[in-house]
Design a protein around this ligand. Structure first.
Ligand SMILES: NC(=O)CC[C@H](N)C(=O)O
Length: 363
């Protein structure tokens, strides 16, 4: 039922946009919490748990365009990291009327547990049209009305801090080193499911640190924020690509581009959803992909780099894939691990493994 109040909340919440627009709704999730962040929207119809826990959404306020969120609760093994990464949630309606046999907790309880505020009863269609017109904006979620100028101080996403960890099964397998800029757990699982040993390392790692692990291949992960803030790691990529197969996903794709002299820019409102068609320029095939990014590789800038564009988004023709001709090095802007999302792009993990075999097998 629209307008259902959760947790007995009669509290109002104010969503104030940088352009001065104010939306008033009902507080849910953590009722007291007030936050600032970058306001984005996703068109995903399912997968709110994966989105909320995806480190690429760190410090962002996620608007779900799908009008009913929470109806299958929260289940074990679905989260993409160990906590909610988004700073707040905007919905038309959040329900705790859960129909899902694996659900262990409601979405509202999950948000409360992790002190994440949410606002419901919002005309998310109107809000999304505003974001599409003015672009991604800073916004605040407060318990009292505020002036729009006060929302401008929202900080940029911080780089995710990670720790080195290994996942092996004791056999002599291919070994992938994942550089963790905020990796989604399904990327690591997608490698493990294919019998790959995985070592996850921090972006502070040097070329020597990574080489000492004797990787068969390197995966550059997804992550939050502006790719241009990761300049320190670009020289490491420049060396790695001379020695190892590389697969870049989302932020990893953007960093591969920057490391090779191409440029990135901030998109007006980004691509966030599970229905982004991309055209593979090598095979001519179109597939549906899951996406979550606010920056893109400038397709023209690739021409003066050693890289080649391998895929474009069908709707806006932005750069969706790159490869380094003659080397086992490639990247995609979309998410082949598909959590949530269509599985059309999953074979890219197999392509990466084939490239590792060709490049000399187990190291
Ligand atoms: N999912 C990602 O890796 C996102 C990359 C980058 N933070 C962007 O928004 O474009």
């Amino acid at each position: 039922m629209l307008g259902t109040k959760l947790g007995g909340s009669e509290m109002k919440k104010y969503l104030t946009l940088e352009n001065g627009d104010v939306f008033v709704g009902e507080a849910c999730g953590d009722l007291a919490a007030e936050i600032k962040g970058e306001l984005v929207f996703t068109t995903n119809m399912t997968g709110y748990q994966e989105n909320l826990t995806d480190p690429s959404y760190k410090d962002q306020i996620i608007t779900f365009t799908y009008p009913l969120i929470g109806n299958y609760g929260i289940s074990l093994g679905t989260s993409q990291s160990d906590q909610i990464q988004a700073s707040a949630v905007v919905v038309r309606e959040m329900t705790d009327d859960v129909f899902h046999y694996q659900s262990v907790i409601t979405l509202d309880a999950f948000l409360k547990q992790q002190h994440i505020p949410a606002i419901s009863g919002i005309d998310t269609r109107q809000l999304t049209k505003i974001i599409r017109q003015y672009g991604t904006m800073k916004a605040s979620l407060t318990n009292q009305p505020v002036k729009a100028t006060e929302t401008e101080a929202a900080h940029e996403a911080e780089i995710v801090k990670s720790a080195t960890r290994s996942v092996t099964d004791g056999k002599e397998n291919e070994h992938v080193v994942v550089v963790d800029f905020g990796v989604k757990s399904n990327i690591v699982q997608s490698l493990q499911q294919r019998g790959i040993d995985v070592t996850v390392v921090t972006p502070e790692s040097t070329f020597e640190d990574i080489s000492a692990l004797h990787p068969s291949g390197i995966l550059l992960s997804n992550g939050p924020g502006d790719p241009q803030d990761y300049g320190d790691f670009l020289p490491v990529i420049q060396k790695l690509q001379d020695h190892f197969p590389i697969f870049g996903i989302c932020l990893g794709h953007q960093l591969l581009a920057l490391a090779n002299g191409a440029t990135t820019y901030k998109m007006t409102f980004g691509h966030r959803g599970s229905n982004h068609p991309i055209k593979d320029l090598i095979t001519g095939e179109i597939y549906m992909t899951a996406q979550n990014h606010g920056y893109a590789v400038d397709i023209d800038s690739v021409k003066s780099s050693p890289l080649e564009v391998t895929a474009i988004e069908v709707n806006d023709k932005t750069c969706e894939g790159l490869q380094y001709p003659g080397r086992p090095v490639f990247s995609v802007q979309y998410h082949p691990e598909a959590a949530p999302g269509p599985h059309d792009a999953k074979p890219l993990f197999d392509k990466f493994i084939d490239l590792m075999h060709v490049n000399g097998g187990v190291h």
